[in-house]
Design a protein around this ligand. Structure first.
Ligand SMILES: *[C@@H]1O[C@H](CO)[C@@H](O)[C@H](O)[C@H]1NC(C)=O
Ligand SMILES: *[C@@H]1O[C@H](CO)[C@@H](O)[C@H](O)[C@H]1NC(C)=O
Ligand SMILES: *[C@@H]1O[C@H](CO)[C@@H](O)[C@H](O)[C@H]1NC(C)=O
Length: 483
């Protein structure tokens, strides 16, 4: 397994690795650069059977700051350099695969190579050594289909109507998108003239050469996005999700809880069934200072019980201390503490524990795919506030195609007023027609997901079957190349 060097990419790989290790059928070798391997080592259980291999990399050779090996330490405008730098891995990766193949004396050569989405170029090397190769997309099918189509075609550059709407030329089934659903770098991307679109085109094109694509999603939820990849890339696509880390493994992956699981559980236990709003924008995102004020006012005015995971707002170091007296309305934390209306959690909350609690009614989320899968697995409807990357299209899927979400705001610069937020909270959490319908849908989806991962002899779900098919394809290739 060889993921791109970003936490959002490494964590789904880790989750997939844990899932495979549990079957006792596979051994796993994780490949990455020195610093990422070190970090991984500390997030694995002490007796784990993972092999860890390093690929040589010196960021100074690639117009990057010294010792930066992960998007979390590279300034965003330099991420294209980091992606471009990965193309220099080719000879090293070739040597590494060559070593694995000969080491096993040809008898037990690697069954398959699974790489990150920017490492489609590994297909060439895998083919040379006769090893099956797939890329693994940790995000959703629909979201990444839009993302892929946008970067490959940049349709908003010359095809937008006067209101800012446009269609994806090779994906009309997605229906129209709006320019506010593009991150800044994508909005200004220009055919061949900006670093992001140049490097992304370079690394996404080789998808057409891979043996197949594993996607962290469920066939029944995401058939439009999966259809796009099957049609446009023309490769095998296996939806094997949801692949998620357990709470225990999240803790090992360096997520420091801002609240103990017991305190959280006791607070939730004191609340009525289906009464609590859970609010979190994930580990890598935050909102603007004015948005944070409006959201605080809205939560208080709604009168709903809530758990809010906070990070310093845009313009402050996201990992610095949270200053409530500066970022939140005067006396906010004090008031909600006394009234027991809300819990403000600094840093990180036990998200899966919260979403699985019967007192939780809805989730206000940035709609990163992990959060989406965790909410849907527990039948929790979503209030969407997408921030970046493909989150905008995740919301579109959830709202327009699945019907378990209402979008409340979009991005870090929109002017959202607390009264509008309150309206959406009431729409979703009160017994409105729309709210009841969303809840019913969310419960239906929960069942769909439970069925997809069933693994009984005569009753295998779609995700289990897809995983079986993937390994069968890899085995067939290995048998045909060991003569
Ligand atoms: C690793 O250790 C844990 C706890 O000590 C144990 O539950 C688990 O079975 C061990 N795993 C292996 C592969 O030995
Ligand atoms: C990386 O390259 C720079 C510049 O060539 C050099 O000074 C530095 O020692 C190298 N770092 C390592 C870890 O080799
Ligand atoms: C948009 O412009 C690009 C590059 O100039 C061109 O290749 C593409 O066909 C155009 N698309 C449309 C829909 O006009």
């Amino acid at each position: 397994m060889f993921p791109f060097m970003a936490q959002g990419h490494i964590i789904p790989f880790l989750a997939l690795a844990f899932q495979l290790i549990k079957t006792n059928k596979y051994t796993i070798t994780f490949v990455n650069t020195h610093k990422n391997i070190n970090k991984l080592r500390s997030s694995l259980p002490p007796n784990s059977s993972f092999n860890l291999l390093e690929i040589p990399f010196n960021s100074s050779d690639h117009n990057l700051p010294p010792d930066t090996e992960n998007t979390d330490s590279v300034p965003y405008n330099m991420v294209p350099n980091l992606i471009e730098a990965t193309l220099s891995f080719k000879p090293h990766f070739s040597k590494l695969v060559s070593g694995l193949v000969s080491e096993e004396n040809g008898q037990r050569k690697p069954l398959c190579i699974i790489t990150g989405m920017f490492f489609g170029w590994c297909a060439e090397i895998a083919q040379e050594f006769g090893v099956f190769h797939a890329i693994f997309i940790g995000g959703g099918g629909f979201g990444f289909a839009c993302y892929y189509s946008l970067w490959m075609n940049l349709p908003h550059r010359n095809n937008t109507d006067s209101d800012g709407f446009f269609l994806l030329p090779d994906f009309p089934e997605a229906s129209r998108l709006h320019v506010t659903q593009l991150t800044d770098y994508l909005r200004v991307a220009d055919h061949g003239n900006d670093a992001f679109s140049v490097v992304l085109k370079k690394v996404l094109s080789p998808w057409k050469n891979v043996d197949g694509i594993l996607i962290n999603t469920v066939e029944e939820l995401d058939n439009i996005g999966l259809m796009y990849f099957r049609r446009e890339i023309g490769r095998q696509v296996w939806p094997i999700g949801p692949v998620l880390l357990s709470t225990g493994s999240q803790a090992r992956a360096g997520k420091e809880l801002g609240i103990s699981q017991d305190v959280c559980k006791n607070w939730l236990d004191s609340k009525p069934c289906s009464s609590v709003l859970y609010v979190s924008f994930g580990s890598q995102n935050t909102i603007a200072p004015s948005q944070m004020m409006e959201l605080a006012l809205a939560l208080e005015a709604s009168g709903k019980d809530f758990i809010w995971v906070v990070r310093p707002p845009v313009g402050f170091d996201i990992n610095s201390e949270f200053k409530a007296d500066e970022y939140l309305p005067e006396g906010f934390e004090e008031r909600i503490k006394i009234s027991r209306q809300g819990l403000v959690v600094h840093n990180w909350a036990p998200q899966v524990d919260i979403l699985s609690d019967k007192s939780v009614s809805a989730f206000l989320s940035h709609c990163g795919w992990n959060s989406v899968l965790e909410a849907l697995s527990h039948g929790v409807p979503i209030i969407g506030w997408p921030m970046a990357a493909e989150q905008f299209y995740n919301v579109k899927l959830l709202e327009e195609k699945i019907g378990v979400c209402v979008e409340v705001a979009r991005g870090k610069s929109c002017q959202v007023k607390h009264k509008e937020i309150v309206k959406i909270i009431e729409l979703v959490m009160d017994e409105t027609e729309k709210g009841k319908e969303m809840k019913r849908k969310a419960c239906e989806i929960k069942e769909t997901i439970e069925n997809a991962i069933k693994d009984e002899v005569n009753n295998k779900g779609s995700s289990t079957k897809a995983m079986d098919e993937f390994f069968n394809a890899a085995l067939t290739m290995r048998e045909s190349t060991i003569g």
